[in-house]
Design a protein around this ligand. Sequence first.
Ligand SMILES: [Zn+2]
Length: 58
Amino acid sequence: MYPAECQKKGDWCEEHLRAKSQCFLCDPKLNEEFAAQYRAKLGNEPPAVEDKSGKTKS
Ligand SMILES: [Zn+2]
């Protein structure tokens, strides 16, 4: 999945710089899916997703 392709299709999350349809940061449901895939692939819990809003940047 290439960002440019997603952006062309309008399937792009500007906030998290990933395909909107795959942005589990925006959609908790995808987060669960991601976690399930992660567990299936790596056999352990995925790292917690941290919101970077604490960072000061203008
Ligand atoms: Zn997002």
